[in-house]
Design a protein around this ligand. Structure first.
Ligand code: ADP
Ligand code: ZN
Ligand code: ZN
Length: 727
């Protein structure tokens, strides 16, 4: 044995819960947390060192050497490994796969880090001297002057600051040694902070006072109550103490406006944003800047919960109820729940903000485990919109539109104001059918109907993406008269155009607006009052301020009242509160019209009063009776295979194994999933329920090795989902 070699134990991205030992040469100087590239089978893989010279390693002769230690990336800190280890335990997922999911794809594939092409620039002593001695300010000196004024400036920001194309001037200043690249921005006071109202000030000081210790807060306030302003003050406090801040936002919430608002508030801070749509190189770079302690603020979507931050002082989660915080495949984690664990482990305050908190969070606050901070009033004086229910049993609908809603839109158009019609179903019609032989446009790969899209006369499956043409005649009987049943946003748009041929109507859903840039463009036109009527899905619901938008019409919401999933009412209420909040954000009073067949339904009663606490109380009482979350805890074992029987047989075996464990959990029957067939696979599930989280965890920890040991039929896939988003 060569003494200078070290045995390194590596977590590798493999669907099995085991670790692998390799040898690292003396020159590598491995540390726990280092990323390494190594030979694996016929190829190679990248993994992370989780232990060095473990006592139970195989004999050295049996071990292969690693290929390379990725020294460019500093070792991932112990706290980061602890977070991934917790996620592996809690979500019952192999550690190697957790680590791999937590790393950006570029690092996972051991791609070299790109050069930072937007570096921070600071002035040098030479630059400052040149500036003070100069008789005339050249373009290069103007660049030095601008950097000097800001303390430090990113190259991209500097290009914005200076007139014309200043890239040549910046290059000259760097070549002359007047400007230099620095790792992080200089200290600089935040600018443009608003004077807080009393409730905001209380919220800020409560959180600031608990710096350095774990304390969870629920910041409860409607859109426009000034939550973001509160976060910014709290972040300022963390930065002033030399700490880093992590702010998580929903996928749809990471807008250029928010980025700009944070960046311009903290001109001296190094702001890193992270989301899955970014190029791999930029994502790796942001991750490594955070890891090196160079980033001050990380602003990102759910995956940012895994960003290593050695100086972390505060975590903020905006719209904490948003479903996008739960990952729906692979490692099915809740970024919100992991963030709370992380705050506890790293002893930090964490702020969860929402107008309609998740019932989990609300119950924590009711039980005083979380401290509730209320922002009861809109930050800028505006009246909450009035909400009126239109009983659709008593009026004649025109393609889903009630006379009341049509009149409302007409009035707004006449007054030069804007309206929004909300229908959370895209496409023209959810199904095409033949009235003669009952043929319907079913997806050949899923147990779902193909949706009719009018623009290109296509049929599309929203579950698997399958596309086909709309048949001219019925494939079943040759009938030429096929009907489109039900309606989606495209059909509403068409009807509105017929009613208001002069109006400027815009549809906003994932078919019409595919990229953030397109959405930006549409937003610009809404703000410039170039649009009279918006029709769209929940894309329109989230935090945007449109002062001229005074009417919101809600169409087709009833479907969520009696949906099979027990979380449906909670989601519906959250969505409707949000979309209702789009109207009346300016000087003008807003109105919300809800078309419904159930005007007396308590959900609408609470909505009309904007009474989230009342809604939550009622909903929690029902959950308690049923033993559902947050009063009970669930895990779902799902299996899929080309034949339903295969999936069911596996789950029956799993169920038998679970039954033998003598645990306090309740095992539901193995059942086909609601959408049983998806993308040519048949799916079934087994729900496991327990009154306590530890009880559920203990049972799963025992069960998993048994599942891994089961002999699998070829083509069978299974996974476990702890705290599933739906059942
Ligand atoms: P939220 O995040 O709850 O939607 P914001 O923080 O974005 O609320 O605030 C909504 C609007 O009110 C913004 O235009 C913001 O600039 C303004 N605002 C927030 N706090 C104050 C304040 N203390 N004084 C004046 N305006 C404020
Ligand atoms: Zn037919
Ligand atoms: Zn399909």
């Amino acid at each position: 044995m060569t003494l200078s070699h070290r045995i390194v134990r590596i977590a590798l991205p493999l669907p099995r819960p085991r670790l692998f030992d390799y040898l690292a040469g003396p020159e590598a100087r491995p540390e726990v947390g280092h990323c390494v590239r190594l030979p694996f089978g016929p190829g190679e893989k990248t993994g992370v060192i989780v232990a060095i010279d473990p006592p139970d390693a195989l004999p050295v002769e049996k071990l292969k050497p690693i290929l390379e230690l990725l020294a460019e990336i500093p070792p991932l800190p112990a706290q980061w490994l602890a977070l991934t280890q917790f996620a592996a335990r809690y979500y019952q997922h192999p550690l190697g796969e957790v680590i791999s999911a937590a790393l950006p794809p570029g690092i996972r594939r051991a791609v070299k880090l790109p050069r930072d092409d937007d570096p921070w620039l600071a002035t040098t002593a030479d630059g400052r001297a040149a500036l003070s001695e100069a008789k005339r300010i050249t373009k290069a000196l103007a660049a030095v002057e601008a950097v000097q004024a800001a303390g430090a400036r990113r190259r991209s920001q500097l290009l914005n600051d200076l007139e014309g194309d200043a890239s040549g001037a910046i290059r000259e200043a760097r070549n002359k040694g007047w400007l230099e690249v620095v790792a992080r921005a200089g200290e600089r006071e935040p600018i443009g902070a608003l004077t807080l109202n009393e409730a905001q000030a209380d919220a800020v000081s409560a959180v600031n006072a608990s710096a350095g210790s774990f304390k969870p807060f629920l910041l409860f306030g409607v859109t426009g109550s000034g939550k973001t302003e509160v976060y910014l003050h709290q972040i300022a406090h963390a930065l002033a103490a030399g700490k880093q801040a992590l702010m998580l936002v929903p996928e749809i919430g990471l807008t250029p406006q928010l980025m700009e608002r944070v960046a311009s508030r903290f001109p001296g801070a190094n702001l890193v944003s992270l989301h899955s749509g970014m190029a791999d190189g930029a994502r790796s770079l942001g991750f490594v800047q955070a890891l090196k302690g160079e980033a001050d603020i990380v602003l990102g979507t759910r995956l940012s919960v895994f960003v290593p931050l050695p100086r972390l002082g505060l975590i903020v989660i905006d719209e904490e109820h948003d479903a996008s915080f739960k990952q729906q495949d692979g490692l099915r984690y809740s970024a919100r729940d992991l963030a709370v664990w992380r705050a506890n482990y790293e002893k930090l305050p964490i702020v969860l903000g929402s107008a309609t908190p998740s019932l989990e969070t609300w119950l924590h606050a009711e039980a005083k485990r979380y401290t509730r901070l209320d922002l009861p009033l809109p930050a800028v004086a505006d009246k909450p919109p009035s909400l009126r229910r239109i009983d659709t049993r008593r009026v004649k609908l025109d393609n889903g539109l009630s006379p009341g809603l049509i009149e409302g839109i007409r009035t707004r158009i006449a007054r030069g104001e804007q309206s929004l019609v909300f229908l959370n179903r895209r496409g023209y019609a959810p199904v095409i059918a033949c009235p003669q032989c009952n043929w319907i446009s079913a997806c050949p790969h899923c147990s779902a109907n193909m949706v009719f899209h009018a623009a290109d006369r296509s049929l599309r499956c929203h579950h698997c993406g399958h596309e086909g043409r709309v048949p001219h005649i019925c494939p079943g009987c040759g009938n030429q008269d096929l009907h489109a049943f039900g309606r989606g946003t495209q059909r509403l748009e068409e009807r509105l155009r017929e009613h208001f041929p002069e109006a400027r109507i815009e549809r906003v859903d994932r078919d019409a607006v595919r990229t953030p840039a397109q959405w930006e463009e549409v937003r610009g036109r809404i703000e410039a009052r170039e649009i009279d009527v918006l029709v769209g899905t929940q894309m329109l619901a989230k935090g945007h301020d449109f002062p001229m938008l005074t009417l919101v019409g809600i169409v087709g919401a009833d479907a969520g009242l009696y949906a099979a999933d027990y979380r449906a009412p909670e989601r519906l209420f959250q969505q409707l509160m949000q979309v209702a909040g789009r109207s009346g954000r300016g000087e003008l009073p807003g109105e919300v019209l809800v078309q419904t067949e159930f005007p007396e339904h308590p959900l609408y009663e609470h909505l009309a009063r904007r009474d989230y606490p009342g809604f939550a109380k009622r909903e929690l009482a029902e959950r308690k009776l049923a033993g559902f979350p947050p009063y009970g805890f669930h895990a779902v074992l799902r299996a899929e295979a080309p034949e339903l029987d295969t999936a069911v047989a596996f789950l029956q075996q799993a169920r038998a194994a679970a039954e033998a464990l003598q645990s306090p959990v309740r095992l539901f029957d193995v059942v086909p999933m609601r959408l049983v067939r998806k993308a040519r696979l048949e799916r079934a599930q087994l729900v496991i329920e327990c009154d306590t989280r530890p009880g559920l965890q203990a049972m799963l920890t025992e069960l998993m090795p048994l599942l891994y040991a089961l002999k699998l039929t070829k083509d069978l896939r299974w996974h476990i989902d702890v705290d599933p988003g739906e059942l």
